[in-house]
Design a protein around this ligand. Structure first.
Ligand code: NI
Length: 179
Protein backbone atom coordinates (compact mmCIF):
# COMPACT_ATOMS: atom_id res chain seq x y z
CA UNK A 1 0.00 0.00 0.00
CA UNK A 2 1.32 3.39 -0.96
CA UNK A 3 -0.25 6.79 -0.57
CA UNK A 4 1.31 9.12 -3.09
CA UNK A 5 1.84 12.86 -3.08
CA UNK A 6 -0.55 14.85 -5.29
CA UNK A 7 0.86 17.37 -7.78
CA UNK A 8 -0.76 20.77 -7.41
CA UNK A 9 -1.60 23.36 -10.07
CA UNK A 10 1.68 24.97 -11.09
CA UNK A 11 3.59 21.68 -11.28
CA UNK A 12 4.60 21.28 -14.94
CA UNK A 13 3.56 17.61 -15.10
CA UNK A 14 -0.09 18.69 -14.89
CA UNK A 15 0.25 20.61 -18.18
CA UNK A 16 1.76 17.78 -20.24
CA UNK A 17 -0.03 15.55 -22.70
CA UNK A 18 0.38 12.16 -21.01
CA UNK A 19 1.81 9.15 -22.85
CA UNK A 20 -0.31 6.22 -24.00
CA UNK A 21 0.13 2.99 -22.03
CA UNK A 22 1.75 0.31 -24.22
CA UNK A 23 0.39 -2.70 -22.34
CA UNK A 24 -2.53 -2.21 -19.91
CA UNK A 25 -1.89 -5.72 -18.50
CA UNK A 26 1.74 -5.00 -17.50
CA UNK A 27 2.51 -5.62 -13.79
CA UNK A 28 3.92 -2.09 -13.47
CA UNK A 29 0.55 -0.67 -14.58
CA UNK A 30 -1.28 -2.83 -12.03
CA UNK A 31 1.08 -1.62 -9.26
CA UNK A 32 0.60 2.00 -10.30
CA UNK A 33 -3.19 1.68 -10.34
CA UNK A 34 -3.10 0.01 -6.92
CA UNK A 35 -1.18 3.02 -5.54
CA UNK A 36 -3.66 5.37 -7.22
CA UNK A 37 -6.53 3.51 -5.53
CA UNK A 38 -4.81 3.70 -2.12
CA UNK A 39 -4.20 7.42 -2.63
CA UNK A 40 -7.77 8.15 -3.73
CA UNK A 41 -9.24 6.11 -0.86
CA UNK A 42 -7.03 7.94 1.64
CA UNK A 43 -8.11 11.38 0.41
CA UNK A 44 -11.71 10.42 -0.22
CA UNK A 45 -11.93 11.98 -3.69
CA UNK A 46 -14.05 10.88 -6.65
CA UNK A 47 -11.36 10.45 -9.27
CA UNK A 48 -7.64 10.59 -9.89
CA UNK A 49 -5.50 10.76 -13.03
CA UNK A 50 -1.94 9.43 -13.18
CA UNK A 51 -0.36 12.86 -13.89
CA UNK A 52 -1.73 13.98 -10.52
CA UNK A 53 0.64 11.52 -8.85
CA UNK A 54 3.53 12.64 -11.08
CA UNK A 55 3.20 9.85 -13.67
CA UNK A 56 2.62 11.08 -17.22
CA UNK A 57 0.60 8.10 -18.46
CA UNK A 58 -2.94 7.88 -19.80
CA UNK A 59 -4.62 6.25 -16.79
CA UNK A 60 -7.59 7.51 -14.76
CA UNK A 61 -9.61 5.97 -11.96
CA UNK A 62 -12.96 7.19 -10.65
CA UNK A 63 -15.98 6.18 -8.67
CA UNK A 64 -19.29 8.02 -8.95
CA UNK A 65 -21.46 8.00 -5.84
CA UNK A 66 -25.25 7.99 -6.19
CA UNK A 67 -25.80 11.70 -5.66
CA UNK A 68 -29.40 11.93 -6.64
CA UNK A 69 -31.24 8.74 -5.98
CA UNK A 70 -33.50 7.83 -8.83
CA UNK A 71 -31.84 10.26 -11.22
CA UNK A 72 -28.25 9.12 -11.40
CA UNK A 73 -26.91 5.68 -10.88
CA UNK A 74 -23.74 5.02 -8.86
CA UNK A 75 -20.74 3.90 -10.91
CA UNK A 76 -18.38 1.48 -9.16
CA UNK A 77 -14.64 2.09 -9.10
CA UNK A 78 -13.54 2.16 -12.73
CA UNK A 79 -10.01 1.97 -14.09
CA UNK A 80 -9.66 3.43 -17.57
CA UNK A 81 -6.42 3.07 -19.49
CA UNK A 82 -5.89 5.03 -22.74
CA UNK A 83 -9.42 6.51 -22.54
CA UNK A 84 -11.17 8.19 -25.47
CA UNK A 85 -14.29 10.35 -25.28
CA UNK A 86 -16.85 10.95 -28.02
CA UNK A 87 -19.27 13.79 -27.40
CA UNK A 88 -22.95 13.07 -28.02
CA UNK A 89 -24.81 16.14 -29.23
CA UNK A 90 -24.09 19.77 -28.52
CA UNK A 91 -25.76 20.10 -25.15
CA UNK A 92 -23.67 21.38 -22.25
CA UNK A 93 -24.49 21.84 -18.58
CA UNK A 94 -22.84 23.67 -15.70
CA UNK A 95 -21.85 21.99 -12.45
CA UNK A 96 -19.50 22.55 -9.52
CA UNK A 97 -16.13 20.84 -9.68
CA UNK A 98 -13.19 20.55 -7.36
CA UNK A 99 -9.81 18.97 -7.96
CA UNK A 100 -7.22 17.39 -5.68
CA UNK A 101 -4.60 19.37 -7.64
CA UNK A 102 -6.42 22.66 -6.96
CA UNK A 103 -6.99 22.28 -3.21
CA UNK A 104 -9.53 24.42 -1.43
CA UNK A 105 -11.18 25.81 -4.54
CA UNK A 106 -14.19 24.87 -6.61
CA UNK A 107 -15.56 26.23 -9.86
CA UNK A 108 -18.75 26.20 -11.90
CA UNK A 109 -17.71 24.46 -15.11
CA UNK A 110 -19.54 23.82 -18.39
CA UNK A 111 -19.25 20.24 -19.70
CA UNK A 112 -20.86 18.21 -22.41
CA UNK A 113 -23.94 16.56 -21.01
CA UNK A 114 -23.76 13.24 -22.86
CA UNK A 115 -20.69 11.28 -23.93
CA UNK A 116 -19.52 7.82 -24.88
CA UNK A 117 -16.21 6.81 -23.36
CA UNK A 118 -13.93 3.90 -24.08
CA UNK A 119 -10.76 2.59 -22.50
CA UNK A 120 -9.09 -0.57 -21.26
CA UNK A 121 -9.10 -2.18 -17.85
CA UNK A 122 -6.18 -4.00 -16.20
CA UNK A 123 -7.03 -7.24 -17.97
CA UNK A 124 -6.82 -5.50 -21.35
CA UNK A 125 -10.57 -5.73 -21.87
CA UNK A 126 -12.24 -2.77 -23.57
CA UNK A 127 -14.78 -0.82 -21.55
CA UNK A 128 -17.40 1.20 -23.42
CA UNK A 129 -20.08 3.22 -21.64
CA UNK A 130 -22.53 5.95 -22.44
CA UNK A 131 -22.66 8.54 -19.68
CA UNK A 132 -24.63 11.66 -18.84
CA UNK A 133 -24.81 14.29 -16.14
CA UNK A 134 -22.42 13.98 -13.22
CA UNK A 135 -20.93 10.71 -14.49
CA UNK A 136 -20.07 12.38 -17.82
CA UNK A 137 -18.66 15.38 -15.94
CA UNK A 138 -16.32 13.23 -13.82
CA UNK A 139 -14.99 11.35 -16.85
CA UNK A 140 -14.38 14.59 -18.79
CA UNK A 141 -12.62 16.15 -15.78
CA UNK A 142 -10.32 13.14 -15.26
CA UNK A 143 -9.53 12.68 -18.96
CA UNK A 144 -8.71 16.40 -19.26
CA UNK A 145 -5.85 15.75 -16.82
CA UNK A 146 -4.31 13.49 -19.49
CA UNK A 147 -4.19 16.42 -21.89
CA UNK A 148 -2.76 18.95 -19.44
CA UNK A 149 -6.11 20.65 -18.78
CA UNK A 150 -7.32 21.66 -15.30
CA UNK A 151 -10.97 22.61 -14.71
CA UNK A 152 -10.34 26.38 -14.30
CA UNK A 153 -9.15 26.31 -17.95
CA UNK A 154 -12.65 25.13 -18.95
CA UNK A 155 -14.47 27.89 -17.06
CA UNK A 156 -16.26 30.67 -18.91
CA UNK A 157 -16.95 32.84 -15.83
CA UNK A 158 -14.09 33.15 -13.34
CA UNK A 159 -16.35 34.94 -10.85
CA UNK A 160 -17.53 31.37 -10.16
CA UNK A 161 -14.07 30.20 -9.05
CA UNK A 162 -14.35 30.22 -5.26
CA UNK A 163 -12.98 28.84 -2.03
CA UNK A 164 -15.20 25.84 -1.34
CA UNK A 165 -15.58 26.40 2.41
CA UNK A 166 -16.35 30.10 1.99
CA UNK A 167 -18.91 29.50 -0.77
CA UNK A 168 -20.63 26.68 1.11
CA UNK A 169 -20.91 28.87 4.19
CA UNK A 170 -23.05 31.25 2.14
CA UNK A 171 -24.73 28.66 -0.12
CA UNK A 172 -25.30 25.60 2.07
CA UNK A 173 -27.42 23.82 -0.57
CA UNK A 174 -24.65 23.52 -3.20
CA UNK A 175 -24.84 20.03 -4.62
CA UNK A 176 -22.44 18.53 -7.10
CA UNK A 177 -18.72 18.24 -6.83
CA UNK A 178 -16.20 16.33 -8.88
CA UNK A 179 -12.53 15.93 -8.28
NI1 NI B 1 -8.82 16.87 -11.00
Amino acid sequence: MAILKIARMGHPILRLKANPVDDPTAPAVRALVSDMQDTLADIGGIGLAAPQIHVSQRIVIFEVPALRVGVEEAIPLTILINPKIDLLGEETAFGWEACLSVPGLMGYVPRHDRIVYRGYDLSGKEIEREAGGFHARVVQHECDHLDGILYPMRMSDLSQLVFADEYRRHHPDTLEEAD
